[in-house]
Design a binder for this molecule. Sequence first.
Ligand code: GCW
Length: 682
Amino acid sequence: QNLNDYKLWLKYNKIENHDLSQAYSKTTNAVYIANIGDIIKNAKRELSLALPQMLGTQVTYESSITSETTLIIDVFNNLPEDLKLAVKKNIENINKEGFIIQSISRNNTPLTIITSKEEIGLLYGTFRFLREMQMHENISAKTIVDSPKIQLRMLNHWDNLDRSVERGYAGFSLWNWQKLPEYIDQRYIDYARANASIGINATVLTNVNANALVLTPMYLEKVEALANVFRSYGIQVYLTARFSAPIEIGNLETADPLDKNVQEWWSNKAAEIYKRIPDFGGFLVKANSEGQPGPQNYGRNHVDGANMMATALKPFGGNVIWRAFVYSEHDDTDRAKQAYDEFLPYDGSFKDNVIVQVKNGPIDFQPREPFHPMFGAYKKTPLAIEFQITQEYLGFSTHLVFLPKLFEEILDIDTYQKGTGSTIAKIIDGSLYGNKLTTMAGVTNIGTDLNWTGHPFAQANWYGFGRLAWDPNLNSGQIADEWIRTTYTNDKAFVEPIKKMMLTSREAVVNYMNPLGLHHIFDTGHHYGPGPWVDDLGRPDWNPVYYHNADKNGIGFDRTTSGSNALEQYAPFLEKAYSNTNTIPEEYLLWFHHLPWDYKLNNGEILWDGIALKYQEGVDQVDDMIKTWEAAKPFLNEEQFNEVHMLLQIQLKEAKWWRDACLLYFQTFSNLPLPKGVEKPA
Ligand code: GCW
């Protein structure tokens, strides 16, 4: 791995263009930055790191605003009256984390102002200012007025206390529990910088399959040390709370949420945490899911459990984020239906500091899923969307897959639950139902690898998640553009083809793993390679054969009225459209329908041929990605080039593996020859 990749998108490369460099030097010639708190100190640190690297000059800071000042960074309330007047209109259009970057002429001197309502906006504004410079934009020619559209922009670490990371493919956990609290690794600071630069403002440090130990004083002291670092970057710490903690670390005999002693235990625990961490965010809970303990162990329900914790956190302003990722081996209902069935009756019964967190799709982070039907159906209790940034089902950190494309696809979907235009973005940002708490969570792909994410391009998924959590209406092409230009170069001859490569990479992985709505045909446990033949696991709902149902008559999961009728969980308009093979988008075909091998696709191909050709298309797309990368070689140093080139070779080999394994297996049912154009397995 390349040492330079450690810097992520905060490389602050030298600006070679003389005129541009001159212009930026003028803008940053005399900087007044208010001294109002720890957060702004970090904005100042960032400027002091970035400007000399980009411009080759040291920054001169002024202790007060003078007629020489060229850049002012301060909150609106502190600005001199004439400047207040200049930015007044824009200040009305931002929220408390938003910012304005505006250039004016003051006494015939050009002046740039970065301002906000609160201190945190100045940090976000500074990072944005620096990004504009990294992207060689003409800052003084435009006014930027920007605010986050979602309140909690949150990473979920699936990090265990032994530093292993569940579904982590980039080394070990960043949190060095053994050396904490005294030893503050520079990584914690750089992690916070990277997150703040894209607006992430909350992090859950521990795995949802939690160990209760993190709630003991020995660990809380370490959590406090991390919270102290993150606070000055505007990042709030959350912890996972194992439901049975009162038994495991509290010496109680039960964890029954209606038991007085249990309730008291959690209230005391909350008080203990807030004493150390006054801005602690709250708990993320996985309960009665995949064998984790929960209220149902005591004959209670999700509402009892979540509300008990919510009551404990409420006096301190904390939240409970309660996951809806539930499905049971004792229930033979289609797994895709279970969370909705179980949770729908509880809509509106949760306390106002409870957020229900739902994965983007109804199964589990597949390369493509239709949206989870709880989105739009839940109208009163706020929902958080949970995306997976780590690539559990998308080739780990070996395959290049640009996930913002997937995130965007989901966010843009219309659920039709409150008429046309009921998009998931509007549900998540609260605008559709007026929810007060809004959250986007991403299961992080970060670890101790030198480049943080294993694959250098996986950095773009961290970046893109943050950008979309800030504004779920952003376009994935713009996100790719920003990432490439801040990470590599602004040269169009590099940016354009690489952007194209990134934007097709998600469809490529769908094609070579799970085309036309196929899903969950991964090999058991690790979820890396193909395993469509697996049929012997203890739980039927973990077996791939449960999902593809291939037999001599056809393939696919019938979720219409003749099957599991999962479609009844969607709005009538979609239920109708998806029930009909003529109107369902073909990318969801086999998710909802079991169809004969000779079923005719829209383009006239029979289903078997269509599947085979999709697998081939995926392989060809990876081939093209390699060609694109090879053509980009002049812009890369040898290490940079080789690293991605080697990874792409593996991706190609494995795309073929997927194609061959799946087609050979499915062919035992279809009994049809491979169509022309599909490479014969070696
Ligand atoms: O995606 C599945 C993973 C589990 C994970 C679970 C969950 C943390 O395979 O590793 O557990 O989902 O989201 O709870």
